[in-house]
Design a protein around this ligand. Structure first.
Ligand code: ATR
Length: 325
């Protein structure tokens, strides 16, 4: 009896197909050659495991060596007993599409995409989630058995889950200020607006970019864009730094009057010590400051859920990664 598999390689067959094939064929072969018509259970398990190639996932970017994603996904896999391999792949700038194609052809199941390829990934995938569509960027790709690719953006949901579930912050009805109008800021806007803040203001050094971003999203919520000097005396309950200023040790030109009495200041960047923005916020009266490590782990958890249909527990992973910073 032969067990047919519709897929091109054994590695892409469902595990149960391999188990059934081995369970039937090995005892028959053994009986035929050695006249011993049985197979022990541990022997069967080891043989089966040797044949099952774990699913392959990766993060691709340039640079990518600093990425914490391989450690995060290894911890998720261990915790949820999933058989998978997750690597960090450096891709030459003009080889991005070739890298995606090769990864898919080799049976890769999913990718995370990081700087500077998120928009190129958005253009490449065959289908996009609504939140990726709006973000203009894809950070997660699922390769489907029918050779199509599904692009998602889990950054914004990662931020919202960190704020709501990990930190107990309510966004609904709050005055929210988002600093920056680049890729990072754009990626989180739709999930933030879906939480229905009273008002979301995007402020950017180059005001036109903030105004254009806000215009694109007026159907999702109350959102406006402006320059730092146009903020006036308005204050906010939640201020989120989505600029790349912290990377350079800089702080956006925000007036301290933007910090309301019980304000939470959140930097999407993270580090071993508080970022320059967090230090500035602490010095200017913010009640709470947080960095973006929780967001990083939560966006990874959302990708993991898309790929494996299992939602990992994140608190222990955030602590483990924090300890390594
Ligand atoms: P990313 O993908 O990290 O968002 P990006 O698309 O280059 O990177 O965007 C960087 C963002 O940080 C922009 O909003 C940028 O403002 P401009 O659009 O005016 O350039 C903002 N930014 C960078 N350095 C800044 C600084 N020192 N002060 C204020 N904003 C800064």
């Amino acid at each position: 009896m032969a067990v047919a598999c519709a897929h091109s390689t054994w590695a892409s067959c469902p595990a149960y197909v391999l188990h059934i094939s081995l369970a039937i064929s090995i005892p028959i072969l053994r009986a035929f050659y050695y006249h011993v018509p049985y197979i022990t259970l541990p022997e069967f398990y080891l043989t089966a495991m040797a044949y099952i190639k774990p699913d392959h996932y990766a993060v691709i970017g340039n640079p990518v060596a600093h990425s914490k994603s391989p450690q995060i996904h290894a911890l998720f896999a261990q915790q949820t007993h999933q058989q998978l391999v997750y690597t960090a792949n450096l891709v030459v700038l003009d080889q991005f599409e070739h890298a995606l194609q090769t990864f898919a052809e080799n049976g890769g199941k999913g990718l995370n995409i990081t700087v500077p390829f998120k928009h190129a990934a958005w253009q490449w995938v065959t289908q996009r989630s609504p939140r990726a569509e709006r973000a203009g960027a894809v950070n997660t790709i699922l390769f489907r058995p029918d050779s199509t690719s599904y692009g998602d953006n889990t950054d914004g949901t990662g931020l919202v889950r960190d704020l709501k579930h990990n930190q107990g912050v309510t966004i609904r009805g709050q005055r929210v200020l988002l600093l920056g109008a680049g890729g990072a800021a754009r990626g989180v806007l739709m999930p933030l607006l879906e939480e229905q803040p009273a008002h979301l203001v995007i402020v950017n050094r180059t005001a036109d970019k903030a105004v254009a971003l806000a215009k694109d999203l007026t159907d999702v919520g109350t959102v406006t864009g402006c320059a730092y000097q146009d903020l006036g005396a308005e204050s906010f309950d939640i201020i989120i730094n989505g600029t790349s200023a912290s990377l350079k040790g800089e702080v956006p030109a925000l007036s301290a009057s933007a910090i309301a009495k019980e304000c939470l200041c959140y930097d999407m960047m993270y580090g071993a010590t508080p970022t320059t923005f967090m230090q500035w916020a602490q010095q200017h009266g913010a009640q709470r400051t947080l960095d973006g490590l929780g967001m990083l782990v939560e966006q990874a958890a959302e990708s993991f859920f898309l790929w494996r249909s299992v939602r990992p527990e994140t608190a222990s992973v955030i602590s483990a990664i924090r300890a390594q910073l």
